[in-house]
Design a protein around this ligand. Sequence first.
Ligand code: XBP
Ligand code: MG
Length: 253
Amino acid sequence: MDVLKTILWDVDGTLADTERDGHRVAFNTAFEKAGLQRRWDELCYGDLLKVTGGKERIRCDIQQGGMPPLSDADIVALHADKTVCYQALIAEGRIPLRPGVRRLLEEVRDAGIIQGVATTTTPAALHALIEHCLGHEWFDIFAVLAAGDIVANKKPAPDVYTYALNQLGADPNATLAMEDSENGTLSAKAAGLRCVVTVNAYTKKQNFSDADLVVSELGDKTNIQVLANPHQLNNLSQVRLHHLQALFDPSIV
Ligand code: XBP
Ligand code: MG
């Protein structure tokens, strides 16, 4: 029987709804500061989210004719400025954690289960979110922070999860990924992990047929919607640690 020993959290869309009002706004501010006419509205940003990684997303928009051609150095500089804009937005406290995230993080921490982060976003963006949304102590609680260009291939490739597993010496059969997107789920599954998905406005119509549980949110005060429950977990008014453990050992209910 497998036992849950490690949880790896995605960041954008999972810990916090960062894309529409965080990353997108920061990209547009950086475009404006660079004298570019291009702005990413909510709809077109949703389409561009098929590409993970901010620099990769800019390159995709250039290829699709949305932005004028830019050199690699210009893309790197533009993205670095976007990251500074994003850090400022996060520091202003504009982006809260998603419902139930702090509750579950603390329940898992108190149970002595190892937690880490596996994200596509830039380390500086991740650090801002930990500092301002979670609290400084989480730098010590998370046993690994795997982010951005630390791996060659971003999600949906498995690399960032495989990197985090290797850093921890963790067994994929004892590790759970917390995700919000199809690309994230594909990445986690390709690394051999079980995966729980909390959808958001940008991801709710994506394909999660391989996920182990799909819910509207982790749940705090209001009841959650269960969108896919292949392991037939009971009493899912909110996602609790014992539900996650039951994905590994069905005798836990
Ligand atoms: C997140 C991303 C990131 C952010 C922007 O995907 O794709 O690129 O949108 O961050 P996931 P950067 O949640 O699957 O990790 O601009 O720092 O890349
Ligand atoms: Mg995500």
